[in-house]
Ligand binder design. Structure first.
Ligand SMILES: Cc1cc2nc3c(=O)[nH]c(=O)nc-3n(C[C@H](O)[C@H](O)[C@H](O)COP(=O)(O)OP(=O)(O)OC[C@H]3O[C@@H](n4cnc5c(N)ncnc54)[C@H](O)[C@@H]3O)c2cc1C
Length: 378
């Protein structure tokens, strides 16, 4: 294995893997570092907006052969138990991250990407093209350019602009995510979002197997319940009668919850320390919009469409960086803002109930709200 590459990618989630495949297809040498070993689970609702179907298929994902549930019905319940039903325009499909990320890693490796697993990047140094060093738990690598797709947690070696992080994060803007797989009685073409105090829980089918039950709530809710997940579920989530029914009448495939903490939703930056950022590293959307994965994949396409002409010596790196920033803002800024405002309508006993009852009478308005957080097929 040579340790010198055209492009190094830090983080092998959807954004990094999709970028690596597109670059490798154009003969660009790519190394991708992933701190875990494929296949592995991720806390994620595992509902992917249909906008990404064609893109994933073009990269080589055999989606048509996987018999995936196609989801075109949405149900949203309030804590008081009111259910809004809505037909989704574009809709989505369900696939586990365990399957999706590992299959993409295999496609990437087949296309010539050097995938270095069990490998954490802990520092990058050097500046300018061709002079970048990546320090990892598996040795030193060199590459012309570096891309960061390390996800929601910014590593210490990324010195992001303090202006982007100056808002003091309170406990109510820090979230935890919890996921289980369950066997339950829910139509395979339906996704449900159930509200509870300061949180919401999505349930939908993934692949041919079980259903993914995944919820987001504040760190405060957990702390006030003695950091005990089960107690919090009993005390808070069960107040929504529909959710209580799922928890008490479904078979839990994993009784132990998969949990992640310290989640925040904000726009970050697209270039830091001369590192191109994509996926959650550049900014994340609230999961109720069910669209972070598609945003990460779309960002990989925006970036690949600029890095390929750069490596073909058709544009400068500076032009690639400027145009990537513009393309990113154009594609996502409105969605992230809409997601943020919509999140404020969720997780509140009375406000959410009133909003859902009103929206249930205006399906066209619902269509508009859903479309604000989704993009066209790409
Ligand atoms: C509770 C919850 C539910 C969600 N539900 C949905 C949903 O239903 N639909 C949807 O579209 N989106 C959903 N999302 C959002 C979605 O999970 C993310 O937007 C998506 O995973 C982002 O992909 P990514 O490639 O940017 O990051 P990730 O998938 O997080 O990948 C980053 C990778 O980088 C690796 N890494 C990190 N640091 C290093 C390092 N220093 N060295 C090497 N490797 C490193 C990590 O191990 C990880 O594999 C949800 C998010 C949450 C929190």
């Amino acid at each position: 294995m040579s340790n010198t590459y055209d492009c190094a990618i830090i983080g092998g989630g959807l954004a990094g893997l999709c970028l690596s495949i597109q670059l490798a297809e154009h003969g660009i040498s790519v190394v991708l570092f992933e701190k875990n070993q494929y296949p592995f689970h991720k806390v994620c609702g595992e509902y992917i907006s249909m906008e990404s179907w064609d893109f994933l298929a073009r990269l080589g994902m055999p989606l048509n052969e996987l018999d995936l549930p196609i989801i075109n019905e949405l149900g949203i319940s309030s804590e008081k138990g009111f259910m809004l039903n809505h037909q989704l325009g574009l809709g989505g499909f369900g696939i586990s991250r365990f399957t999706l990320d590992s299959q993409l890693a295999k496609i990437a490796a087949d296309k010539g990407v050097e995938i270095v697993q069990n490998c954490k990047v802990y520092n990058v140094s050097g500046s300018g093209v061709g002079n970048r060093r990546i320090e990892t738990t598996r040795g030193l690598f060199e590459s012309k350019i570096i891309c960061g797709s390390y996800g929601k947690y910014t590593p210490a070696f990324i010195n992001s602009d303090p202006d982007f992080n100056k808002t003091k994060q309170s406990e109510s803007t820090k979230f935890i995510g919890v996921k289980y797989y369950i066997n339950t009685n829910l139509a395979a073409n339906r996704i449900e979002l159930h509200n509870f105090q300061d949180g919401y829980c999505g349930i939908s089918k993934v692949g041919t197997g079980a259903y993914c039950l995944c919820y987001l709530t504040t760190a405060k809710n957990l702390r006030e319940n003695g950091n005990d997940i089960k107690q919090m579920e009993g005390q808070i989530l069960y107040k929504n009668p529909l959710l209580k029914q799922y928890f008490t009448e479904s078979e839990f495939v994993n009784s132990q919850a998969m949990v992640i903490s310290n989640i925040q939703f904000q726009k970050k930056q697209t270039l830091v320390n001369e590192i191109f950022l994509l996926g959650d590293s550049a900014g994340s959307i609230t999961p109720l919009c069910g669209n972070g994965m598609s945003m990460g994949m779309r960002a990989s396409k925006l970036l690949a469409d600029l890095l390929i002409p750069y490596f073909d010596e058709k544009i400068t790196l500076g032009a690639a960086a400027t145009n990537y920033q513009k393309a990113w803002d154009y594609a996502f800024e409105k969605r992230i803002k809409s997601g943020y405002y919509l999140q404020n309508l969720f997780g509140k006993k009375n406000t959410t109930d009133i909003a859902l009852r009103a929206l249930s009478k205006f399906p066209l308005l619902m269509n508009k709200l859903v479309s604000l957080t989704h993009g066209e097929k790409f």
